[in-house]
Design a protein around this ligand. Structure first.
Ligand code: ZN
Length: 363
């Protein structure tokens, strides 16, 4: 349908409601009553509508396309906590990176969810306002992977916060798309007051000089990204490590989900009866890995262990009806997991929900 045809059709519904007298006057100007009488006797409804639209004035101006998307943040309440999903950008994930399924099976899973290859995949971070502390979980890619990523800081500001307000940054794992955003363009800490929290196992692996030296050449850049991103915080005495399963902050406990990386960790935030599990990279490709949890990805340090952690996370979150957030789930990446038969699952995203009115305005 052309814009010229669409415009008159849209016009009546976009006008504010007029009083009956004004409607009669407008109808008279457009010649509608006379037409109606003549057409109603002999013509069908289709012809009547066509004649009505032809009688309306032509379009006045073409509206230009808008060049920007809405800001990449979304807020949700979890008990008394306010969680803000922050969009870092989109990466294009090639299906060639996926293992443990045939190309035909992967293609079928993508097509079923109206996805293509490469699959546009979100990179998300989450800002959790505990009331007493402002906590960021992961920081996006910063400048490590080009201009399609690196928007966490801009979206945090768009959401009404300043980086100086962040008290703690919890890291699910030390891959570049999760820690690159810890630094500004000139290599300074992007969150100048924050303490960085990393699982001990994760730090032992990626921050080890010995492991870096032993790593195959293709893996060495991953070690460098991890070390560079963490260094200014460590130098300032603001890098803390935690044990698997530890309470990292009041209301936030570590959930060990190893395999993707040795210390890969989810964080469960609890407020009263409500909780949110931010599970990091349990799922990279939602279309493929929910129905086929055994599918792993090239970046997994230990593929079989990653698949086992994923199966366990999917089973537990589905049966507990646990609210989940994931760094590579379609933005805002929050929702629930539903079991679909044996060892297959479906992702059920949350709906857009207005925030509750502030207590002072609720009277
Ligand atoms: Zn990732």
């Amino acid at each position: 349908m052309s814009a010229a045809l669409a415009q008159p059709v849209d016009q009546p519904v976009s006008r504010p409601a007029a009083c009956p007298a004004a409607q009669r006057a407008a109808a008279h100007r457009h010649g509608v009553p006379g037409l109606t009488r003549r057409l109603a006797s002999g013509l069908g409804a289709t012809a009547l509508f066509a004649a009505l639209f032809a009688a309306l004035p032509p379009a006045h101006a073409e509206a230009p396309l808008q060049p920007t998307q809405v800001p990449g943040y979304y807020r949700a309440m979890v008990g008394a906590m306010q969680v803000t999903a922050l969009h870092d950008g989109q990466i294009q994930l090639d299906a060639k990176l996926l293992k443990n399924a045939s190309p035909a099976q992967i293609q079928q899973a993508l097509a079923r969810m109206f996805r293509s290859n490469p699959t546009s995949t979100a990179v998300n971070a989450y800002l959790v306002n505990l009331g007493s502390r402002l906590v960021l979980v992961d920081a996006g890619a910063g400048r490590l992977f080009g201009p399609a990523l690196g928007q966490v800081l801009a979206n945090l500001k768009a959401a009404g916060y300043q980086p100086e307000q962040v008290d703690d940054v919890l890291i699910t794992h030390l891959h570049g798309d999760h820690v690159g955003g810890l630094l500004t363009a000139d290599g300074q800490p992007a969150f100048p007051r924050a303490t960085l929290h990393v699982a001990q196992t994760e730090a032992d692996f990626w921050l080890s000089e010995q492991r870096t030296a032993q790593a195959p050449e293709g893996m060495k850049p991953f070690f460098k990204m991890a070390q560079d991103s963490v260094k200014p915080y460590a130098d300032a005495g603001r890098l803390k490590t935690f044990a698997a399963g530890a309470t990292v902050l009041p209301g936030a406990s570590a959930v060990s989900l190893p395999g993707h990386t040795p210390g890969h960790t989810g964080f469960r935030f609890t407020s009263g009866d409500a909780s949110l599990l931010i599970w990091g990279d349990v799922v990279h490709n939602a279309a493929v890995q929910f129905p086929r949890p055994q599918v792993t990805i090239e970046f997994d340090v230990d593929g079989p262990q990653a698949a086992a952690s994923r199966r366990q996370a999917l089973r537990q979150t589905a049966s507990a009806r646990q609210l989940v957030a994931g760094m590579h789930l379609p933005f805002p990446g929050m929702g629930h997991v539903r079991a679909e038969g044996r060892q297959a699952y479906e992702w059920v995203p949350i709906d857009f929900t207005p925030l509750p009115a502030p207590a002072s305005a609720a009277k």
